[in-house]
Write a new protein. Structure first.
Length: 168
């Protein structure tokens, strides 16, 4: 995923090797910088850049959410859920908010605020009827105003949630 910092041409990648790598454009080449390899104990499933500070959020199958601060080069944000984390999407308007997709039944989407380091703000979900896999969420996306999150699933339904209200 490309990072939101206007001054840099860079993107982050992740994978089964537990690593998060930041790639930066240097003239005509892309230079990799390994941010961390040992903060996740399983596959890293998603990464995103937070715009309010130079931080890369990574989520993994090990149920961890890690916020790695690029300036201090430390994990400044750590949270652990009860279910695997599969993707992360920052809010387009409120630069402190991000949504994590999990594999928890009826609680597939979790809303977090970077300022609240110990808890999540809201959780959203639905009954998955056509598939037993709770990780069958197809994609999640924010509305431009940052108030709604949408997601598809293995069921032929598009789910839309207003983040101002907690619930399913």
């Amino acid at each position: 995923m490309f990072m939101p910092w206007a001054a840099d041409d860079c993107f982050a990648t992740c994978g089964n090797d537990h690593a998060v790598v930041l790639w930066t454009a240097k003239r005509t080449l892309w230079k990799p910088q390994v941010l961390h390899t040992n903060l996740h104990s399983s596959a890293v499933m998603g990464v995103a850049g937070m715009q309010q500070k130079r931080m890369v959020i990574s989520v993994g199958a090990d149920k961890k959410i890690i916020g790695f601060d690029l300036q201090s080069e430390i994990a400044d944000y750590n949270h652990r859920l009860e279910s695997k984390c599969m993707s992360v999407v920052p809010n387009p308007r409120d630069l402190n908010l991000f949504m994590v997709q999990t594999g928890a039944p009826q609680r597939q989407l979790r809303l977090f605020d970077m300022r609240l380091k110990v808890s999540q703000m809201h959780e959203f979900g639905w009954n998955q009827e056509s598939s037993t896999s709770q990780s069958a969420l197809i994609n999640q996306a924010w509305s431009p105003d940052g108030l709604y999150i949408t997601s598809g699933s293995a069921d032929p339904v598009i789910h839309i949630f207003d983040i101002r209200y907690n619930g399913s």
